[in-house]
Design a binder for this molecule. Structure first.
Ligand SMILES: [Zn+2]
Length: 236
């Protein structure tokens, strides 16, 4: 965004052969010998541009041109596109420069730009969806255990006062916090002792209980069926 215009970019990370034809309003993907058609991404971003235009109007800001683009980011995608607004990400800087150098009057003051930015932050709501369902995965497909942030391998082993990576030998006193956050994002609000033992690959009930106590995460429910409320600790 600048004083003259807003640039709206729809990013597609798809691989294979991609054919975009704006006369048929379809995106065709050929991958592993299969052909698949997707809805027109340019129409999608144009629709979003229209919605953004309306949203700006409701906040009593002057009209500003919105330029929609579709950018393909996958490095091994082979793209053929019939439209100037649909191109691979390498071309984006050139396109942005051309637009920045282009004509057009300044329509927004610095104050107006700042206020739209603040409005965007205030009105932002994270998109919450079921990750497993979206990627057609089952819980068993996930690799369990606490991840070593240094060498990106798992599981780390529980040692006194923290976690030790058997591969690179690095130590962490809070690597399980990241794992719990992952669990929260993948499976939801609450977790039982048995689920925790499985996810963190810990054999002992007591170790699990101690970890959760130390994190001050509140248990809910009765003793046997108690679960910990992850929502009190993590946010989406
Ligand atoms: Zn490691």
């Amino acid at each position: 965004m600048n004083e003259k215009r807003i640039i709206l970019i729809e990013v597609k990370h798809m691989d294979g052969e991609l054919h975009y034809d704006d006369s048929s309003h379809q995106l065709l993907q050929v991958k592993d010998g299969c052909k698949k058609a997707y809805p027109d991404p340019l129409l999608q971003v144009k629709r979003q541009a229209h919605q953004l235009e309306k949203w700006i109007k409701t906040h009593s800001l002057p009209y500003i041109p919105i330029e929609p683009f579709v950018v393909f980011t996958h490095p091994s995608a082979i793209l053929s596109s019939s439209h100037l607004r649909v191109f691979p990400s390498d071309y984006l800087p050139f396109q942005l420069n051309t637009i920045a150098d282009g004509s057009g009057d300044a329509v927004w003051t610095n104050n107006e730009q700042r206020s739209i930015m603040n409005l965007c932050y205030q009105n932002h709501t994270p998109y919450v969806y079921d990750v497993l369902q979206k990627f057609q995965l089952k819980a068993e497909d996930l690799m369990k255990g606490v991840l070593c942030e240094r060498c990106i391998s798992l599981p780390m082993e529980k040692v006194y006062g923290g976690w030790k990576c058997p591969r690179c030998e690095s130590f962490s006193n809070n690597a399980h916090v990241k794992a719990l956050n992952d669990y929260y994002l993948l499976f939801g609000d609450s977790i039982s002792n048995a689920e925790l033992r499985e996810f963190l690959r810990l054999p002992s009930r007591n170790t699990v209980r101690k970890l959760m106590n130390d994190l001050k995460i509140t248990p809910i429910g009765t003793k046997r069926n108690a679960k910990w409320d992850l929502k009190s600790k993590f946010t989406q």
